[in-house]
Every structure is written in C-alpha cells, then in structure tokens.
Design a binder for this molecule. Structure first.
Ligand SMILES: [Mn+2]
Length: 355
C-alpha cells in the first residue's frame, strides 16, 4: 500500500498581499497542488491523505468543484480529507452539500469517524473541524478502528487552541500511521509512524526553508517507511549582512545582489543589515527591490561617529554638553553603559536636527 500525505495547502490564500509577486504565489500554490495529483498518478498511490486546511477559508461550491476536477484525474488513488481550523465545516455549507464526482471521502465535523477501505484493508480514523478552535485534547482519545487492518489516524492540530496532544500519548494509541496537519513546519515525530507533512508551499515570511509532502510505503508485514519530499516552487529566505563603516551603498547593494543570485533569484527575501555604517551613509536598496523579490529590508545598522570631532564643533550647545556629561570617567556608570548612552543620545540629537 502506498500513500501520499499532505496538509495545509491553503488554496485561495494570497501571500504577501500588495507585493508584486503575490498573485503569482497564489497561482503557484494551485500548481503545487496539481503537482501532487500528478505524483499520486506516477506513484500509483492507493491513498491521498489530506490532513486539514486544504483551503485557506471554508470552501465554496466552486472551490470544491475545482479540486474535484483534479481528483477525477486519479485512476487509482482514493482521497481522504479532514477539514482543519481554516477550512472548517459549517452547518449546511458546500462541504456538506457538494457531491463529489471523484473518489473522495470528507470526514464529518465534530465527531470521530472511521472509514474502512476493504480492498486495501485500510481503516482511517479522522475528525473534521466544525469550528475554528478546539481546546479539548480530542486526538489523544481516538483509537484504531479495525483490528487486522492497517490503521491510520488523520488529525489536525497540536497547539493550545487546536486539539492539543502529547506525542507520547498519541504514539501509544496504537495507530500504524498518524498523518498530521496544522503545524506548517514539516516534522517527523515518531519514526515512520507519526509526522506533520508541513505546508505544501510556504505561506508567509515566517515559513523559511523547504516545504513538501510525505510518501509512505507499507509492505506486506504492515511495516511503514515514510519519506519527506520537498517540492515547493520557491522559499522565503532571511538574509543577514554585517556591514562596517568602510562600505558604500554600492558595496552593500552588490553584496546583497551577489547573495541573492547565489541562493536563487526566485526566492523571497528579508534582508537584515547589521553593524556600523559611516555616519553620512544612507542605505537605499530600491534598485534591488525593483529587480528581486524583497519583502522587507530591516536596517539595524548604527552610525559611526568621531566623538572628538563632534565635540570640537559643538562645545557650546546641547550636543556638546551631552557628550561631555557622558564622557566623564568619574561617573558611577560603567564605561559600557556610558558608551551606549552616548551613541543613542548622539544619534537622537543629530537625527532631530536640534543641537
Ligand atoms: Mn491549521
């Protein structure tokens, strides 16, 4: 028996709203989902397990029609879906009224249900969300549905307000495989027995690193082997750059560009600048922002001042008096604190333009 386990596809989400790449990312998430259908066909998988949040919002009839159209391409794979906290099942909603043309099972809301697939001797236990939050420890209390069958638990949650559970207790429940969703970072929790597939594509800048799906193979002796396969179209990357006061704006821009080219021009970047910059230098990366996918530039650099030079030109004003007060070596404060206060104060006074 072969299965594919995915979760947290979030179809319909518009990542990085307002950014030039936002629409394309929304399309790419659909593309990645379509790619999973192709993988199921290539692998001739018996099951596609979808562990919640296939959609970003509770789906409309049109949304379900779209995925149904994709599922109909599957010649062998049965699709088993639970609803998560984002695409929870509302009373009388499309989830409940839509009739799938393809071989799909959607678990009912607000109760544990068991589905037995006789031809492959697999029993899936699952629990669909009927609302956004469950603080009860629901998943831990579920049991395998059929002795002698291969028992799968399909669950969504893992934090305080979304069906919290302890890994140990879930591991003891006796399922052959626990297919989890909700936590977007993929995690292989119990070797070959329990895993979060993670989101199929990263949804926002907090989701750095690769994303993908799980391929599981079960042999005649019911021994499972799972592998996680990355397939995301692009990644969010946090890039940190340490600057010193010899750098010009051109230098900073060149170094950042060089790194972007090395890591990949399709990725979406957050650039953090640290260190000391020459006092008159204003860093402006607008050229790069136009050419690459740069979500944000966080400038944490500090200006480099020549305190003696500043003092000699400002002896009779507030800035000069401030520098003198904090340069007093007989002060009770430690040198480190005085230097810090000096730097912050000088920057504030110069920045305010009021000396
Ligand atoms: Mn979720």
């Amino acid at each position: 028996m072969k299965f594919i386990h995915i979760a947290d596809v979030h179809l319909g989400v518009k990542p990085d709203r307002g950014k030039p790449w936002s629409n394309q990312r929304a399309d790419e998430i659909y593309d990645s989902f379509r790619n999973i259908i192709e993988v199921c066909e290539e692998q001739q998988a018996d099951m596609l397990l979808i562990a919640g949040d296939l959609f970003h919002m509770p789906p409309t009839e049109k949304d379900l029609k779209n995925v149904d159209f994709q599922f109909r391409k599957l010649s062998k794979t049965k699709v088993v879906i639970i609803a998560g906290n984002h695409d929870y099942i509302e009373e009388g909603s499309a989830w409940e009224t839509y009739e799938f043309q393809s071989d799909v099972v959607v678990f009912p809301k607000d109760k544990a249900a068991k589905m037995f697939f006789e031809d492959i001797n697999v029993c899936v236990t699952g629990y669909s969300y009927g609302k956004q939050e469950y603080t009860e420890r629901i998943l831990e209390k579920l049991n395998p549905g059929k002795e002698d069958a291969y028992n799968i638990l399909l669950g969504h949650g893992g934090d305080k307000t979304h069906m919290p559970f302890s890994k140990e207790r879930l591991a003891k429940a006796g399922f052959d495989y626990v297919a989890l969703g909700h936590i977007h970072k993929p995690a292989h929790i119990l070797k070959n027995r329990m895993a979060f597939a993670g989101s199929l594509e990263p949804i926002d800048y907090t989701e750095t690193g690769k994303r993908g799906y799980i391929l599981g193979e079960v042999n005649e002796e019911k021994v499972t082997k799972i592998s996680w396969i990355p397939c995301n179209k692009r990644s969010y990357v946090n890039m940190a750059l340490e600057i010193d006061s010899s750098y010009t704006n051109g230098d900073v821009s060149d170094i950042v560009e060089e790194q972007i080219k090395q890591i990949g021009v399709d990725n979406i970047y957050r650039i953090m600048l640290k260190g000391r910059v020459a006092s008159e230098l204003e860093i402006n990366l607008s050229g790069l922002i136009r050419r690459y996918n740069i979500n944000e530039v966080i400038n944490k650099t500090e200006s480099d001042y020549d305190i003696d030079e500043l003092l000699s030109g400002n002896e009779n004003n507030l800035l000069g008096r401030f520098i003198m007060a904090l340069s007093d070596e007989d002060s009770l404060e430690s040198e480190e604190i005085r230097n810090k206060a000096l730097r912050y104060g000088v920057e504030a006074l110069l920045g305010a333009g009021d000396k």
